[in-house]
Design a protein around this ligand. Sequence first.
Ligand code: SF4
Length: 676
Amino acid sequence: MREVVGACPLDCPDACSWIVTVDDNDQAVKLRGNADHPFTQGGLCVKVNPYLKWAADPSRLLSPLRRTRPKGSGQFSEISWDDALAEIAERFHGVIDEWGGEAIWPYAGTGSVGWIQGVIGSGKRLFHHLGATRHLATICSVSGHVGMSYTTGSAAGMDPEDLQHSGLIVLWGGNTLTSNQHLWPFIEKARARGTQIVVIDPVRTITADRADVHLAPIPGTDGALALGLMAELGRLAAWDEAWLSAHALGWEEFRDNELMTWSAERAAEICGLDPAQICDLALAMSQAETTGIRVSQGMQRHAGGGQATRVISCVSAVLGDFVRVGGGVCYSTAPAYGLNTAALNRPDLQPHPTRSLAMTRLAHGLLEVDDPPVKALMIWAANPMISNPDQDRVRQGLERDDLFTVVVDHVHTATTAYADIVLPGTVQTEHDDMHDSFSHLYLNWNNAAVAPAGASLSHTEIFRRLAHAMGLDEPALYESDDELAEALLDSDHASVAGINLADLKRTGWARLGGTSPYLPFVEGFPTQSKKFEFASTWGERQGVGRLPHYVPPLEAASLGEGQLALVSPANHHILNSTFSGSSTHQRAGSAVVLVHPDDAASMGLVDGDVVDVENGRGSFGATVEVSTRARRGIAVTSKGLVGAESGVNATVAERDSDMGQGAVYHDNAVSLRPRT
Ligand code: SF4
């Protein structure tokens, strides 16, 4: 037996470190959390505990496949790697010759968020060299990142671990116990000192159950709530005027032109809350020594998501909390990692500037873009048939006969059914990778523990072999995974100073360098003025307003007769669509829609009714559960579920949020029609 240190690759803030036990036959026989990791501390989660069983399931893809029947049929026959790569190379060359490199769309998803194998790294060098369309990874968190860039300059405002020192904790727009569970012990440490925990979420989640206070605003009204809170903090004389005058730009302009128009009452009306709830929270903030705000991705997936995150960051500023341990706001720690992305991805290999397409607008890209049209699509670590908005139009796009589609995956998915060629990829225990986190400040390394199953190959090896099959002689396309890792670490950023690959491989993790405790804004903000920017000339130029303000959701706050605002948060048992439909993850269940008892009564619905959840874009079937977990006026289902029919994303608009071309999964008006 031997033990190999690794890391979870999934699209989860926690980025757990793990230990794989390998037996004398080189089989991975046990997976457990790495107790030495300071943030994840030895636990994994219900999603990943069965990972080895899932990876060894007979449904695993072990050979390249070529489609034998019409797109969507899911009928394939096995072919060799040589034949598969030769066919892809020939088709890619044909597309480039006729339409140019931009007619190829390299479509990487967050099935792995690794720097080398995942959405950030693998394949970028090859597709840059080919002059392909640049793929914008907009599916998850981009609106919040852009929103905070206007005020703080970085989404990494505090170390979430420091919530243990907070005087008040606000978990805003996320279900921590499902989607950031290793943060919870730090929260409990604070609670043990008497810290109050507040959850802001339209749904009474399992996290809200454990909170002291739960506010359930109408989805997408978080910006109004933050403005109402700040106005009330002013009434309580809790603005930190001394800090604001020294460290903020445009405070008076924001205060006099925006904040003065707000009150707890105005915010409460927009948010569907009682004004007393807002006043009570503001009072708690004013009395706490520090307020730690953990903003999660859920609250920015609507029309005004970027602006909402921008406004929430102002709450920490008016409290003067950014320079206090346990105070401030953290949306994502990812910007704290100063890895050398350019050395990894080599944008300099592009023969000329190329266009970009946003991954959340795949249907648009496949059905409407014609300059040039997308003629070849290579998808890895992604299942857009399940994960993308406007599922029915995504299907139409993937059905195009003139589109050549390659999909790399571990098992057949709703997307592989539309591929011309399917390639078997390795799972995390079979390849090396490097991982950051969006909830902690440790760099993780994943060592391959066992040989690839069957003929599966890592993403990086697939792209090296494809480059060879295409006859490309650029040396950068053939660098090993270790060379890619060294390129990432070749950075003069303080966060990675002193981290070397050999040690990282041995320990599996390393704390980022820099300030300890982590107070990134003590010496100034990474904005042009080096101050917290209430007033932003850049924001003005970008058309998102000089001042932070409230942008309402497009659909969720202006429902038609009989409509509900549908939100689709994470399922506790699967990760996005990863593991969905697998025999090892049956506890994910099938589609359920939660409806408040008052709404159910007005629609004549009872527990167990089967309904079509529908709007003008599409519909999906779900079983009704009447529950006060859903606030009045909303419906709640979970994302990522694979079923025989269409899923929740058939009803979601393929529309951009206000910033960064983010998706609007939680800004979705639907009706429920009972099936007869
Ligand atoms: S999904 Fe998240 S919590 Fe679960 S093992 Fe992976 S990183 Fe850890």
